[in-house]
Design a protein around this ligand. Structure first.
Ligand code: FAD
Ligand code: DHB
Length: 390
């Protein structure tokens, strides 16, 4: 079987790519090893940058996002119980973020793909890439226990951190960078009315907490926990008590409710500095991971795809290869910016050394500087909402 672009992975990256290509009249087939139900219910991120929302509008996949997404114009940063607001719309000339769950994004993108006739093969696991140096590379995959081959002019590796695409790049082509953090996040979803209309990132002596939300009746909350901690150690009462302590500030009341999702995620920064080999191009978590503080993961995946789609379209429509050759260089500028910002936010808010230590005072000083300097607050705001162009 043959198509123009073989896409591995039906996450935000792969699905967005297929839709952009379709809009330009280019055919693709998506291979996804999980079931549709599984990818549509996988709970992950929730913060969409302005650029991401704009792209979903351009693709006409934003009807429900427009209805149900929550537009945020500011964010609260809290340190030792002292809270300040960063009005990012004022500081960035009106740029905002939208809160809308990743699984809702994925549902909308899948529905749009299927209604436009884009072929998504669920339960089809790619396991080998061949002919990457040729003009006719192919993906060998297994569907219903039968081995199949999909040939294409390009392969888009959108198969996440644990996928096979990155492993197909020759090692000597790139350097990789990894940083593991000495803490993890316990994330919950609860049927609880949000306790604040806007997000709250909070440092306390007990560790970090984040208050986020999904709707008027669903809260999304996170707690810094030790690496190797397990959800069995966190009965619901303990979670609410800890969140209440870490989000405390004068007059704040934490709304509680039934917890229906509880997961621990490790934190890492990871990247490779070259995202292409022959006719294989990588995007999203397949090429980079940022720690979640700041909500950049999904947005970066979509930003990569903008460059990749643009390069494929220029090739198919005008037979030009320049954008293909510049893909890594172009995408990496934003990726490094997001790596730095995510690392900055992670160090600003997590307890990483003794309360009262040198590191603690640096964190506190940065926090105070936000209040003292509009320039500093603006720098944080423009990174948080996402730079328009990098
Ligand atoms: P993915 O969404 O991972 O999609 C890759 C797809 O490829 C998957 O559907 C997978 O099943 C499929 N696949 C893998 N291997 C194969 C194969 N061999 N053959 C076929 N298909 C394959 N980001 C934030 O900004 N905030 C958060 O709070 C946050 N929380 C997260 C929590 C968890 C547990 C995880 C794992 C990630 C989280 N992220 C968060 C990151 C964010 O969700 C990712 O950055 C985003 O999903 C990246 O999209 P992607 O399309 O590149 O990869
Ligand atoms: C969410 C996750 C994040 O990592 C973040 O920085 C903000 C919001 C969320 O899941 O809502």
């Amino acid at each position: 079987e043959t198509t123009q672009v073989a896409i591995i992975g039906a996450g935000p990256a792969g699905l967005t790519l297929a839709l952009l290509l379709h809009q330009a009249g280019i055919e693709s087939i998506i291979l996804e090893n999980r079931t549709r139900a599984y990818v549509e219910s996988r709970v992950r991120a929730g913060l969409l940058e302005q650029n991401t929302v704009d792209l979903f509008h351009e693709l006409s996949v934003a009807d429900r996002l427009k209805q149900e997404g929550l537009l945020h114009k500011g964010v609260y940063f809290s340190f030792d119980g002292q809270r300040q607001r960063i009005p990012f719309d004022e500081l960035t000339g009106g740029r905002c973020i939208t809160i809308y769950g990743q699984q809702e994004v994925v549902k909308d993108l899948i529905a749009a793909c299927l209604s436009r006739g884009i072929d998504i093969r669920f339960e089809s696991e790619a396991f080998l890439l061949e002919g990457l140096e040729t003009h006719a590379p192919s993906v060998i995959y297994v569907e219903n226990n039968v081995q199949q081959q999909l040939s294409a002019q390009f392969i888009a590796g959108c198969d996440g951190f644990h996928g096979i695409s990155r492993k197909a790049l020759p090692n000597k082509l790139y350097s990789s960078f990894i940083k593991e953090y000495p803490f993890s996040w316990l994330g919950i979803l609860a049927n609880a009315k949000p306790s604040s209309e806007e997000l709250i990132y909070s440092y306390t002596e007990r560790g970090f907490a984040l208050h986020s939300l999904r709707s008027e009746s669903v809260s999304r909350l996170y707690l810094q926990v030790e690496n190797n901690d397990s959800v069995e150690n966190w009965p619901d009462d303990r979670i609410w008590e800890e969140l209440s302590k870490r989000l405390h500030t004068d007059g704040f009341v934490l709304n509680t409710g039934t917890i229906f999702e509880k997961t621990i995620t490790p934190m890492r920064s990871f990247m490779i500095d070259h995202m292409q080999y022959g006719r294989l191009f990588l995007a999203g978590d397949a090429a980079h991971i940022v720690p979640p503080t700041g909500g950049k993961g999904l947005n970066l995946a979509v930003a990569d795809i903008r460059w990749m789609a643009d390069a494929f379209i220029d090739f198919f429509q005008h037979n030009r290869e320049e954008k293909l050759n510049n893909y890594s260089t172009n995408a990496l500028r934003r990726i490094w910016r997001a790596q730095d910002f995510s690392n900055f936010m992670t160090y600003l808010f997590h307890k990483q050394a003794a309360h009262g230590s040198f590191e603690y005072h640096l964190q506190k000083s940065k926090f105070d500087y936000i209040r003292l300097s509009k320039a500093y607050a603006t720098s944080i705001a423009e990174n948080y909402v996402g730079l328009k162009e990098v």
